[in-house]
Design a binder for this molecule. Sequence first.
Ligand SMILES: *Cc1c(COP(=O)(O)O)cnc(C)c1O
Length: 353
Amino acid sequence: MHLSVVYRYLGEFHDPLAEVKYGRENNPTTMLLERVLSCIEETRYGLAFNTGMAALSALFHEAVSRGKRVLVSRLVYGSTRQLAEKLLGKGLLLAGPPWDELLALIEKVDMVLVETMANPTLRVPPLPEISRECTRSDCILVVDNTFATPVIYRPSSLGAVVVESLTKYISGHNDVLGGFIGSVDEELHRSLWEWRRLLGSILQPVDAYLAYRGLKTLEVRVKQASETAMRLAQWLEESGLVEKVYYPGLPSHPDHSTASKLFGGTYGGVLSFDTGSSERAKRVLQRLRGIMPGPSLGAVDSIASYPFTSSHRWLSDEEKKRLGITPGLVRLSVGLESFEYLRDELSLVLRES
Ligand SMILES: *Cc1c(COP(=O)(O)O)cnc(C)c1O
């Protein structure tokens, strides 16, 4: 790990993207992480940012500065949608789910942003169809792959630009903030590098090191969490303790068939369930002892959250209703605790609430 922000440099200008001279431009530890992550995501180029939002900011700045129109799924990470609304203004179109609504608008835009699995209802867009439409109308497809990770899906297989919040599964221990963009287009890569330099949003070396270390266990963590989440989702659905369960691995999920085709039987570590009312959801969160209530996801410890007034609080009540973000909804990010431990905890708390 190299902590220095200043490196020997004689003032000759060759290729700034490859040179290490000043920490706001490049640093060797971050460059190592970028090389490894772009191998894993199978993208030619990779850039690491100090947060997932910083990565998305660079992309949106690139789109705005070139006067591009961007189509964003209505159901994306709350802050992503807020940033898009603030930065893109009239250049922003919001559509889908339903996914046909989004597919129909692709010909009108220059860039499309969707998430592989969109929180909190874990909707999965038909990525191959979206990619085909994007190719046909010469439009850049950007896929935020944070919930799936490259263990479950590689958007680069469709030629998409990949975004990851390293904060979640990639680092995996709730001790790093970071973001990543993987792409195959050199011109785009160079522009995003310039935005990162100008916005001052490069990933710092300690965080790059920790994210790199997280990668070593990424596959076992994601597979284990997915297996436990699948069992919990099945158990919850059959238990009669909640009104509804949202998990793409369940046949009852609206995008189950797409998810089965794309993900090869591993559906991620996040599920949501509807407790029936905001009062009951709040009681559940208050009474949890072995699962922490809080924001974020993708760590070794399970976390429960309340999307209605936290991650999606900026949406109008009408928009929340349209997207199925109900007052009784609780989201659970499953960690590495055993299935039995989590089942017993949920069973107890749901019976008491
Ligand atoms: C967390 C998250 C982000 C933002 O990442 P930060 O590292 O918190 O800035 C973006 N997209 C998705 C899907 C996320 O879960």
